[in-house]
Design a protein around this ligand. Structure first.
Ligand SMILES: NC(=O)c1ccc[n+]([C@@H]2O[C@H](COP(=O)([O-])OP(=O)(O)OC[C@H]3O[C@@H](n4cnc5c(N)ncnc54)[C@H](O)[C@@H]3O)[C@@H](O)[C@H]2O)c1
Length: 336
């Protein structure tokens, strides 16, 4: 069972002091200092765009990952397995992590058989104690983790919000969102103190747009996008920060024939290999966001430009009836 906190900390729910009446506030001073700052930062936008165009035309040399220790969660199957094999092909030592030790061992064995270095670990990433034990084992076996790939997730939908069993909703949030907190709390301090490392989060196209009958999943992926934004902001508190982050937003992925046959979507799914290629290229280029396929970027920004009703109409002709009911989730939650 996933452990959850039911007792709320006193200091979060206790009484708060009433708002102060005499907060010093000078509107004129604020406006006077804000206007020149806004002008200056608007000019910097032009510089940023110019730099972005320049690096598009003349990309900087890609990072060499050979010899890096890469930890991939949910690497027993699906995208996680593809990522583990992909990083191994780059010459990385891979910690193959999954709640299912049988599939994790099989991924690690395939890497070793191909001449790579890998070790399998059993861990429920939704359990903070398991994650602490994982960090200790991986560090002692393979060394400090250079690239942390938080991929494990429960791809779940099919129930309207009011019909979604509480345990399923809780499991989806715990695995798809809370686990990122536990993993980051364990692995980020080491990266910060070494001032090197890279955190990859596998989010989803649903981090930008909702789909019906997938409330917990969509909420977890929207939350993950926000979490990764905060991680970047906090890393940038150090002006010399060299720890990178990449958040990956894939469209539907062809992870198994069973899975694909149950979808009701108009545009074909993308392959695991395409997402692996986009992710690893993104890590090598220190990309902050990776969209797979790339054109998804434009489609998702279209949402900001057109009225919500219009966007919803577009969605309804592209996706009709999303995700099979209990798509493996009930089976997975029982494992937890
Ligand atoms: N499949 C898609 O269409 C799609 C699209 C966009 C994003 N994603 C995201 O990609 C990631 C991988 O998805 P997938 O389709 O490969 O899923 P999958 O179900 O094929 O594989 C998920 C793996 O995670 C493991 N896992 C589940 N709970 C775990 C836990 N608590 N601790 C450790 N391991 C756990 C499972 O055992 C499994 O090996 C997920 O984060 C998912 O949300 C998937």
């Amino acid at each position: 069972m996933i452990r959850t906190t039911t007792a709320l900390p006193e200091d979060l729910v206790g009484d708060v002091a009433p708002p102060s009446e005499d907060r010093p506030w000078s509107l004129v001073r604020d406006v006077l200092t804000l206007v020149p700052q806004l002008v200056w930062h608007s000019l910097l936008v032009v510089v940023d765009v110019a730099v972005a165009v320049y690096t598009l035309v003349f990309p900087p040399p890609a990072k060499n990952l050979a010899g890096n220790v890469v930890l991939v969660t949910g690497a027993g199957r699906g995208l996680g397995r593809g990522l583990a094999l992909g990083f191994a092909r780059e010459g990385c030592k891979v910690a193959v992590v999954d709640i299912n030790m049988t599939t994790a061992s099989s991924t690690a064995a395939d890497i070793v058989a191909a001449g790579g270095v890998a070790k399998a670990y059993s861990c429920n990433v939704a359990d903070p104690d398991d994650v602490t034990a994982l960090r200790r084992s991986v560090t002692s076996d393979l060394g400090d983790v250079d690239v942390l790939v938080n991929n494990a997730g429960l791809v779940y939908g099919g129930d309207k919000l009011e019909d979604c069993p509480v345990d399923n909703a809780r499991a989806v949030i715990d695995v798809n969102l809370s686990s990122h907190f536990w993993m980051l709390k364990e692995f980020l301090p080491g990266m910060k103190s070494r001032n090197s490392g890279h955190v990859v989060a596998i989010a989803s196209a649903t981090s930008f747009g909702g789909i019906e009958k997938a409330a917990a999943y969509v909420a977890s992926k929207f939350g993950l996008r926000g979490l990764m934004e905060v991680v970047r902001l906090e890393l940038n508190l150090n002006p010399n920060n060299k720890v990178q982050t990449t958040t990956v937003y894939p469209y539907f992925i062809n992870t198994s024939a069973d899975y694909v046959s149950q979808w009701k979507i108009r545009l074909p799914p993308i392959s695991i290999e395409d997402v692996v290629e986009a992710t690893i290229s993104g890590v090598k280029a220190n990309s902050i966001s990776v969209f797979a396929p790339r054109c998804l970027h434009l489609a998702l920004y279209l949402k900001q430009l057109i009225p919500p009703k219009s966007f919803e109409r577009f969605m309804s002709i592209l996706i009709f009836g999303m995700l099979p009911k209990n798509n493996g989730c009930s089976e997975k939650t029982r494992q937890l």
